[in-house]
Design a protein around this ligand. Structure first.
Ligand SMILES: [Zn+2]
Length: 253
């Protein structure tokens, strides 16, 4: 299993990070993509990728942190991207749910980082919350879909999922798929298998059996279990498919 979206740099792992990571590998995790949300956590993601051969990094400034985004940020990210274990730019996008940064700042940071992704020819990890139409307009206008990308923690409806997958974008699913009445359950049944990815978004969004607790990469097995039930396909088959999907989009060196 590949956890395509983790935040192992989070301070919630400070007391036992090494143990959690080893446990995940023992419990069937082959690879993890650690996702940066600002310059500091992007650097930490690259550091983790240097320490563990199975960990890769995605670097960027999250929409929440967009108000701190400056021109110099782009060149710092570009320097970091020289590391061969940096496999994507993200998470970037728009978040009109929390609005922790003004919308104009979010759009500016989003567009400059799309430009950076074009320069570096890297796929994009998107964070979209309560802003699908606005984000989609930017993806079409900049042709960012040409780079390939992932709509992480997909929370849109079936129509939106179809728009994205028709342009070859991947959708990744996490613990929310196991929650009762999750819209994602309908979505996962209506998109091509070769565009589905697994993620945890740990330490956030733990699957049902661990709700209220800290999430960790190997809990992705509960997401896969739910997927197997919803799609009526064997766990092992879906594991193979989702892992080869991850390899195709991230091109792990
Ligand atoms: Zn995230």
């Amino acid at each position: 299993m590949i956890d395509t979206h983790a935040h192992l740099d989070d301070k919630k792992f400070d007391s036992d990070r090494e143990k959690v990571i080893q446990e995940s590998f023992t419990n069937g995790i082959e690879k993890i993509v650690n996702i940066g949300t600002d310059l500091k956590t992007s650097r930490l993601s690259v550091e983790l990728s240097q320490k563990y051969p199975q960990i890769y990094a995605s670097i960027a400034v999250h929409p929440h942190a967009s108000k701190h985004f400056a021109l110099s940020t782009v060149s710092e990210l570009e320097k970091l991207s020289a590391n061969p274990k940096v496999v994507a730019i993200g998470e970037i996008g728009l978040d009109f749910y929390r609005n922790w940064s003004p919308r104009e700042d979010q759009e500016k940071a989003f567009k400059s980082q799309i430009e950076l992704a074009f320069k570096l020819k890297k796929p994009i990890v998107y964070h979209i919350r309560e802003a699908f139409e606005e984000t989609w307009a930017i993806i079409l206008e900049t042709k960012a879909y040409q780079l390939g990308g992932i709509l992480h923690s997909f929370s849109g409806n079936v129509d939106q999922a179809k728009k994205a997958t028709e342009l070859g974008l991947y959708l990744s699913f996490n613990g929310t798929l196991t929650y009762k009445n999750s819209l994602a359950q309908e979505v996962v049944k209506n998109i091509p298998l070769d565009l589905i990815l697994l993620e945890t978004d740990c330490p956030y969004l733990p699957p049902q059996p661990y709700r209220g607790q800290r999430n960790q990469p190997d809990y992705v097995q509960y997401v896969l279990e739910k997927m197997s039930e919803l799609l009526n396909k064997p766990f092992d088959e879906l594991e193979k498919i989702t892992s080869s999907n991850a390899q195709r989009i991230f091109k792990f060196p």
